[in-house]
Design a protein around this ligand. Structure first.
Ligand code: MN
Ligand code: MN
Length: 317
């Protein structure tokens, strides 16, 4: 697509080192400069839905800063994700911190405008609340989605402190709204944080099968990948990655850390096994930079987003 039009890749100024200049994601052009996009990285600096440690509103800028070392060639996929498609940084959604339902509407409107232009979104959160408006926008274009959700937590809970929309409920709301194909959704990395086993009954009703974190020491990656692919089927896929799916050793800077998580290498091995799937949108959420050390979490999130956009470029459109 778009071969007749100018393709714009990463910034390539021999006098300006990678660590200098303004940080767009992966030093990619801004949407307003490129004028068009196949894939857009979209920051969503919003964390008013968080239940524990706040700070994910600063996630997008932190992830951008730690994306400067992303290079044009992906050696394991033998792919140039920024060459074959127009990938841009669409900046941040202009969203305030006080009114959660209003914020969700603002995020949905921005996402819908991009999706209606044929753009696939790689969103940088923000807390996990932002997945609901992103899934609404993707489902409006593609119908009910097979949601692949990496997280320590189920995020299919109902009401907390009187709120129906918060960072622990996006997939319950999405299921209720008919945005997900309830036969084809999958959690990966679940552990910790459960009051009562009935929460798993609710979770099944919301359409999810589960691969728990501990299964990664008992099963092969190939086996887990096959289970995921079988579950997702051939539906359009939405991938949502809560950075807390990673062990706090690999991603300490997050709002609700849980020990005994998977490693960055295990996450990437699963993602690379998903090549060819029709991914219509994705997000990387819950990066709260105030708790980071030496950019560990920012780097993990930036590279996770790069893995996702590379997969999007390699899959059917
Ligand atoms: Mn989580
Ligand atoms: Mn989450």
């Amino acid at each position: 697509m778009g071969n007749e039009r100018e393709i714009i890749g990463q910034r390539n100024d021999p006098d300006l080192p990678r660590y200098a200049g303004l940080a767009t994601f992966a030093l990619l052009p801004r949407l307003e400069d490129a004028g068009r996009a196949d894939i857009a990285v979209l920051g969503i600096p919003f964390d008013s839905g968080t239940s524990f440690r706040p700070g994910a509103r600063f996630g997008p800028s932190h992830i951008r800063e730690h994306s400067r070392q992303l290079h044009p060639y992906h050696q394991l996929h033998d792919a140039y994700p920024f060459r074959d498609l127009q990938v841009v940084d669409a900046g941040d959604v202009g969203v305030g911190p006080y009114d959660v339902p209003r914020a969700v509407d603002v995020i949905e409107a921005r996402a819908r405008a991009l999706v209606e232009d044929g753009v696939r979104i790689v969103a940088l959160g923000g807390d996990h609340t932002v997945a609901l408006p992103l899934i609404r926008a993707a489902a409006a274009a593609h119908g009910p989605l097979a949601v692949l959700h990496f997280d320590a937590h189920l995020d299919t809970w109902d009401v907390l402190h009187g709120a129906t929309i918060w960072h622990g409920s996006p997939f319950r709301r999405a299921a209720e709204e008919g945005l997900m194909d309830l036969e084809h959704c999958q959690h990966v990395g679940i552990r910790g944080g459960v009051y009562d086993p009935s929460e798993f009954d609710d979770d099944r009703r919301a359409g999810f099968a589960i691969v728990r974190s501990h299964e990664f020491i008992e099963r092969s990656i190939a086996d887990i990948v096959q289970q995921i692919r079988d579950r997702l089927g051939d539906r359009p896929v939405y991938v949502s990655i809560d950075i807390d799916v990673l062990d706090p050793a690999f991603a300490p800077a997050t709002g609700t850390p849980e020990v005994a998580g998977i490693s960055t290498s295990q996450l990437f091995a699963v993602l690379r096994g998903l090549r060819g799937l029709p991914i219509v949108g994705c997000d990387v959420v819950e990066v709260a930079p105030a708790y980071d050390h030496a950019g560990i979490t920012g780097l993990a999130a930036a590279h996770t987003a790069w893995e996702l956009l590379t997969l999007m470029g390699l899959g059917p459109r």
